[in-house]
Unconditional design. Sequence first.
Length: 435
Amino acid sequence: MRQGIACSRRGFARGAMAAGSALLMPAWLRAGSIWPRGKKKPVTAAAPQGATGQDSLRAHAAASGLLYGAAVRPDLLDADGMAAAGTTDGYTQLVGAQCGIVVAENAMKWAALRPSADRFDFAQADKLVRFADLMGQQVRGHNLCWHEALPAWFQSAATKGNAQRLLVEHIQTVAGHFRGRIQSWDVVNEAIEPNDGRPDALRKTPWLDLIGPGYIELAFQTAAQADPAAKLVYNDYGIELDTQEQMVKRGQVLLLARRLKARGIPIHAIGVQSHLQADGPQPGQGLLSFIRELAKIGLDVYITEMDVKTTEPPATPDVEDAAVAKVYADYLTMVLEEPNVPAALTWGLINGQSWLNSQHRNSNGIVQRPLPFDDELKPTPAFFALRSVIDRAYVRAPQAAKPGANPAALPDDLYKPFAVPGSPTGQPAKPESQR
Ligand code: G3I
């Protein structure tokens, strides 16, 4: 059966009711009506100019059986205010209104979760998951294994003798902590880099150096055991275009996906980050073929981190916004025609908060306008482009939740930590809160 996403409004209703906060859910979401499957929704002549409630990206995506969402900074969320009776905080309201699914931009990375080798700090990540429960939103986990955002202690503490145990214990503890709450995990992030010159095109990372190529399978197997309900994803960038370099990298990602599937490794989707550009070559047939090849081996494709760098040299804001909106429209129109693309997320909601504008990224001084909302929280042309494409997408069939999704129903012995060589007990390090 094609692995997909359970994205029924009933699922949202259950989620929010379970959190005892049905009243917080948008009225349209409580309605529970689903468009006829496989049909394109009639696009109203005049696209609504509003951007909230029924006019939000969340509402329009849900009506198409799609998941739209964004990367979120839980430190900016007024979760308590929202839990009380609503909040006056603009960012919190925007995230709640626009996202059917959320992902922590940084709060679930090693650097955020692991202040020291023997301590886990889930405070910010828990805040996001609690907020998502309140709002009936699904949650993506990002990410369990990456060569960036490693905590300062890692380099001196990780050795060839303990790295396998470090990785397994991290995944067991983190995926175990959120068990049953995560729609999909980016299990391994950005592990392919053909320019590093290896025949298998693996990026030369600490994980490869310390554990060997098997770290990828180990990560997926551990994640599957720690949270059987989560979809497991390999996530990467620079695989969208038909340039020589990106075609080579995309081909290697496909080979990795095929290898993992052939070896029976639990993987459900490939994340195509989709950090796009308003200028220069645009995604095309090569990406479509890639998506279709993945469908043949039962894998979905998630659009995980969409944003669009503005024109260079810069033009006027209107010209830049129009160029960015066109890329969103063309790109999503193309990929959403493929039935195994159930989710699309932007890497943030508000232009000024984009990583492309943060101090250590925007070295060329150009102010980027890559996202669906401006700094006054008003919808940009990209918002309307995203929404109109979502409206034209055919309606996806809501997927039944994968059997065993309810942790309480799982056999006790399923979650038996790996006996990892070198680990005294094979037990995962207990997060402080559980000590
Ligand atoms: O939290 C610390 C803060 O305490 C400290 O004072 C400050 C000083 O530099 O750094 C803060 O951490 C920063 C973190 O973002 C939180 O703001 C890190 O330096 C900075 O490197 C980190 O950048 C993030 C980057 O991933 C690396 O983790 C970006 O916000 C985030 O947008 C970016 O997202 C990645 C995806 O995870 C993977 N795909 C590519 C994408 C863009 O690079």
